[in-house]
Design a protein around this ligand. Structure first.
Ligand SMILES: [Zn+2]
Length: 129
């Protein structure tokens, strides 16, 4: 990893500022839609038949993203401030939950297909969440 994510993101991760959210949510929505489409179209759709339901952008304090049983994904708008590799890991993580609704070996193997360095990214993000 080139930069330590932890120091950069701890205070940002804790804020619930509505002003910051409103100023950035549309940029976050555009970015998240583009990256989800990229990973689904280039890999997870054709290889694994994964289709994403609705995507929502939220102002959350305690998580970067989540996946519902119906394949709908939620993402924290603060992803716009993350380094690209960390942001992509969060996005791939939630996409993979559509097929593997757990954190078992099959799930991590699916993540590793597009984010082979997921372990280091996960470790860094866990320290902020
Ligand atoms: Zn997960």
């Amino acid at each position: 990893m080139k930069r330590p994510i932890i120091r950069i993101f701890t205070s940002l991760f804790r804020t619930r500022s509505r002003k910051l959210y409103l100023a950035n949510k549309e940029a976050a929505r555009a970015l998240v839609h583009e990256r989800v489409k990229h990973f689904v179209d280039s890999h997870y759709g054709p290889r694994h038949g994964i289709a994403v339901g609705k995507i929502a952008i939220r102002n959350q304090k305690s998580r970067w993203g989540s996946c519902s049983k119906h394949g709908n994904l939620n993402f924290n708008y603060k992803l716009v401030f993350m380094p690209p590799e960390a942001r992509d890991y969060v996005i791939v993580h939630e996409i993979c939950h559509i097929k593997e609704f757990n954190h078992g070996r099959g799930f991590w193997a699916l993540v590793a297909e597009t984010v082979p360095e997921y372990r280091a990214l996960r470790k860094q993000l866990r320290n902020v969440s």
